[in-house]
Design a protein around this ligand. Structure first.
Ligand code: NAG
Ligand code: NAG
Ligand code: ZN
Length: 488
């Protein structure tokens, strides 16, 4: 028995060393080192790739062949759920037009449980003819499952993030090998728009779009990314402009989004080396404006910082290129998720009375965007570009707001808030809302003077008299004590 255990243990060690030495290092941590000589994934998969390379514009049966069909994908998702049941949960957020379930894998050490942790979502295959993402997301899930015990990055994700993976948002489009869904609607144009009144009619919306929208109401995502093909770039909001012109159109969190997009492009094998896009990132509207996109809707209505990632020039490469594409994107996909806990400002909001969590919101001075705290734990996760001074304010209805100035470095910062309830002396009068700790504005002082000279003057005079009387009383006592001390 013992020798058999020893043998098993030795085998385990050998396989661990093998797997770690096989792990290529070229794409790690934002390094742009070229492929080491001799490292060629195509040698793993034989010479078949050359047969398919001619037929790129037309998706032939042969090209489609190496990809998982919708039922293969369902099997793969369920197999994953069984194999990695201790760190995952499988659920569906709805069905496509043709009734295919939209399966999601949630990865976390406590899947399905609410925790004071940020949630991230990856969505693949928004466009039916861009299937690389749906394959890479299965690679990602499996890689995390296989490595979270020894790899620090995978472990960070499992322990500190709830990662939700929807490999295919458009399974019908995939089986039809075309962009739109079964009704031939482009799902990335089907969301309500901030500039133009389109897609307002909820009944006319595609079921895939509706599923995503209700998903965001259910789960409070901090950030997300959808995976596309046809280019190599990390795209960030806004996607549209007011006047439909192609121009750089900044959203309030432009700096944070540039940081996020760069996290992806710099960790990628060669995205940041792009000649077309500086640093491998682009503002959506600057590239080409679109309306009704998922990305802007996420940021505005879901409070979720979403990127649109174009991960391969070829929309539908032959399947034997998938392992290479996975290696090119692996560190990016992991680093983007981990950046949710490795950067930014995080904390919880409590009441000063009894320490109850308060479901409020966080704003940053000068950035017109509100981040809500979580329902149960009142935890907030505010992504911000590092290397800046920020004034962070916590707001809860019925409580005095508080703000604090911070200098944010590369590393994440923890900042809890304890708020005092607003004291209402009588109806119509309340203490000033603003309770500055850093840049004390004059407004709050003025408000306070206003308050004193307002309807509460009478109460205030009585208070002063009482305090004065107590003070005199205290002075007398102290004098008696002092004299006692001098003359024992
Ligand atoms: C990245 O590498 C791939 C594969 O070698 C190549 O086809 C592509 O042109 C490269 N892109 C950039 C921007 O360097
Ligand atoms: C902040 O954004 C909202 C829309 O989200 C807009 O209505 C409002 O005018 C903006 N405020 C400022 C000060 O820009
Ligand atoms: Zn696309």
């Amino acid at each position: 028995m013992i020798t058999r255990m020893k043998l098993l243990f030795a085998l385990l060690i050998v396989s661990l060393t093998l797997s770690s030495s096989l792990r290529p290092t070229f794409a790690r941590g934002g390094q742009h080192a070229p492929l080491p000589s001799g490292f060629e994934y195509s040698s793993y998969v034989g010479s078949a790739r050359h047969l398919f390379e001619e037929n790129r514009s037309y998706i032939s049966d042969e090209v489609a062949q190496g990809y998982m069909t919708n039922s293969d994908l369902e099997k793969a998702v369920k197999a994953f759920g069984q194999r990695c049941s201790n760190i995952s949960r499988i659920y569906s957020i709805g069905k496509s037009v043709n009734g295919v379930p939209l399966w999601v894998i949630e990865i976390s050490d406590k899947p399905g449980e609410e925790e004071a942790e940020p949630a991230f979502k990856y969505i693949g295959n928004v466009h039916g003819d861009e299937p690389v993402g749906r394959e890479l997301l299965l690679f990602l899930a499996n890689w995390i499952c296989d490595n979270y015990l020894e790899d620090p990055l995978a472990r960070t994700i499992v322990e500190n993030v709830h990662l939700h993976i929807l490999p295919s948002m458009n399974p019908d489009g995939f089986s039809l090998r075309r962009r739109g869904n079964a009704n031939n609607v482009d799902l990335n144009r089907d969301f309500p728009d901030q500039f133009f009144l389109i897609n307002e009619d909820a009944d006319a919306r595609q079921p895939e779009t509706t599923a995503i929208m209700s998903w965001l109401r259910e789960i409070h995502f901090t950030a997300s990314a959808s995976l596309h093909g046809g280019a190599l770039v990390a795209n960030y909001p806004w996607d549209g402009t007011l006047d439909k012109r192609r121009t750089y159109f900044r959203c309030p969190d432009d700096e944070t989004f540039r940081f996020m997009a760069s996290t992806y492009s710099r960790s990628h094998y060669n995205m940041s080396l792009s000649k077309e896009f500086k640093g491998g990132i682009t503002n959506g509207a600057y590239w080409y404006p679109i309306y009704g996109g998922m990305q802007d809707w996420n940021y505005i209505h879901g409070g979720c910082f979403e990127l649109t990632l174009e991960i391969s020039d070829n929309k539908w490469p032959s399947a034997n290129e998938l392992p290479t594409l996975w290696e090119y994107n692996k560190m990016s996909m992991l680093n983007l998720v981990a950046s949710l806990v490795k950067t930014g400002v995080h904390g919880r909001i409590f009441s000063s009375e009894g320490g109850r969590p308060l479901r409020g919101s966080i704003t940053i001075k000068g950035i017109n965007h509100t981040v809500k705290a979580g329902r149960t734990f009142a935890d907030y996760h505010r992504l911000l570009a590092p290397g800046g001074r920020y004034e962070v304010m916590a707001n809860v209805a019925g409580y005095k707001s508080r703000n604090t100035c911070i200098w944010l470095e590369e590393a994440a910062m923890t900042l809890d808030f304890v708020l005092d309830p607003e004291v209402t002396l009588n109806k119509g009068g309340s203490l000033p809302r603003s309770d500055c700790e850093c840049d004390c504005g004059n407004t709050s002082k003025l408000e306070f003077v206003d308050f004193i000279w307002g309807s509460h003057l009478g109460v205030f005079v009585i208070l002063i008299a009482v305090v004065g009387f107590l003070y005199l009383l205290l002075l007398r006592r102290r004098n008696i004590n002092l004299s006692k001390h001098r003359h024992p």
